[in-house]
Design a protein around this ligand. Structure first.
Ligand SMILES: *[C@@H]1O[C@H](CO)[C@@H](O)[C@H](O)[C@H]1NC(C)=O
Ligand SMILES: *[C@@H]1O[C@H](CO)[C@@H](O)[C@H](O)[C@H]1NC(C)=O
Ligand SMILES: *[C@@H]1O[C@H](CO)[C@@H](O)[C@H](O)[C@H]1NC(C)=O
Ligand SMILES: CC(=O)N[C@H]1CO[C@H](CO)[C@@H](O)[C@@H]1O
Length: 392
């Protein structure tokens, strides 16, 4: 081969990022083109090389073994697994093992998740709906990935869980709801959990976490800072499944917790988030140390305390706490609290807001994935504090 042809042969694979198509009505002997799609998502994943995009055509996929993602792309040639141009795709995990596991049984690591991502970097997952699985999206020891506009609903464990050594992950516009854990009677199924691990640079932005059996969000035993923005958590921790005894917690944002040995300080940053109608507290450090920063968040109408910080050294600025069942705040001496609704004597009630109609944030998202803009819980008298869905 000439030097030129050799160079071309080396260059070509990079230049030709492939598109692989999958359809519920496809065939695994097919070529994987748009006209001859594959049938199984795993077969497409196995065939893909870095830079490839796997397009799922519309319909419902019902795999009988979960989808294992365990290889890596690169920053310049990431893998993508996504719905094809605006088509609606659902992956139904009901036929997978562990739906549900027996009461008090453990769920083997490899069985966790309709999509199980482990030791895999540089993947982009977008526009996927994961329902009825043994966890929806399960991520362990996996960095530099993006998860965009996913829906994780009615799974038999946490909707979206990340754990282990995981860094630089972005989770954008997640909707996670109705997740419950019959094997634990409500003790552990959250909307979004980043727990039992460490790693910098993880971001959850624009999520809605609702009606999950345990907490909306849970950062249990995660030792590094997590950034959470523009996220709304409501209706978590109620026994909608008749579990007895009921073990669900019901915090909007549980920002830590765990055994002393596994609870290293984590400087979580929480900005422009709402917690409302949860069964317990709005925002709580749950005994987690760390220098937290909470800015422009709102806790409204939760059953217990709006903001509860006893062990973290939190800086709470321009937050609003109103109409919570027991207390606006429970803050130990180490907390810095400035320009929050509770820092003056004004007592905030429902009338302190432009509207308390929560239906405004529960509807369809905008085309770009953002929560529809509204005046929900905007302070009525022009105070520049608290969270907003009024996007600039
Ligand atoms: C990676 O996933 C493939 C496809 O399911 C599986 O055959 C293989 O055993 C996995 N490898 C590891 C190391 O888990
Ligand atoms: C995360 O990103 C930072 C900054 O780009 C980089 O230095 C670090 O190596 C990344 N971590 C991992 C585990 O890839
Ligand atoms: C505030 O409004 C909510 C929603 O309408 C209602 O459930 C709650 O009881 C009201 N609380 C007070 C103190 O008026
Ligand atoms: C409406 C209200 O209570 N606003 C207060 C928020 O906190 C700052 C600082 O304490 C006060 O100046 C505002 O009046």
């Amino acid at each position: 081969m000439s030097v030129f042809l050799k160079a071309l042969a080396v260059a070509l694979p990079l230049a030709q990022a492939a598109e692989i198509y999958v359809s519920p009505t496809g065939a695994d002997t097919a070529a994987g083109t748009i006209d001859a799609p594959l049938q199984s998502i795993q077969v497409a994943v196995n065939q893909a090389t870095p830079g490839d995009t796997i397009y799922l055509r519309k319909g419902t996929y019902s795999p009988s073994s979960n989808i294992q993602i365990n290889k890596s792309g690169t920053a310049s040639a990431p893998y993508s697994l996504r719905a094809y141009k605006g088509e609606k795709i659902t992956i139904d995990g009901e036929d997978l093992p562990g739906t549900p596991a027996d009461l008090d049984a453990s769920l083997p690591n490899e069985d966790r998740g309709i999509i199980h991502v482990q030791d895999a970097e540089y993947w982009v997952f977008s526009d996927l709906v994961l329902v009825n699985g043994p966890y929806g999206m399960y991520v362990r020891d996996a960095s530099n990935n993006r998860y965009e506009r996913l829906v994780t609903a009615n799974n038999y464990e946490t909707g979206f869980q990340m754990q282990g050594a995981s860094s630089n992950n972005t989770v954008l516009y997640l909707d996670s709801y109705g997740n419950r854990d019959p094997r634990k009677n409500g003790e552990s199924a959250d909307g979004f959990a980043c727990k039992e691990g460490e790693g910098e640079g993880n971001l959850l932005k624009g999520a809605r976490l609702w009606d999950n059996v345990d907490d909306g969000l849970d950062l249990w035993e995660f030792k590094s800072a997590v950034t959470i923005e523009d996220t709304i958590s409501w209706g978590n921790g109620f026994n909608r499944w008749d579990f007895t005894p009921f073990e669900g917690d019901g915090n909007g944002f549980k920002l830590g917790g765990g055994d002393d040995a596994d609870i290293g300080p984590a400087n979580h940053v929480i900005t422009n988030c709402f917690a409302f109608n949860n069964a317990k507290d709005g925002f709580t450090d749950n005994s987690q140390p760390g220098d937290f920063k909470l800015t422009r968040n709102t806790a409204w109408n939760n059953a217990k305390t709006g903001f509860k910080f006893g062990t973290a050294a939190a800086t709470l600025t321009e937050n609003v706490s109103a109409v919570n069942g027991e207390k606006s705040t429970s803050l130990s001496d180490g907390q810095v609290s400035e320009r929050n609704s509770w820092d003056n004597s004004a007592d905030w009630g429902n009338g302190s807001f432009v509207t308390v109609d929560s239906e405004l944030v529960k509807g369809a998202r905008d085309a770009d994935g953002k929560i529809a803009s509204s005046s929900f819980l905007v302070p009525a008298f022009g105070e520049e504090i608290g969270a907003r869905t009024e996007w600039a």
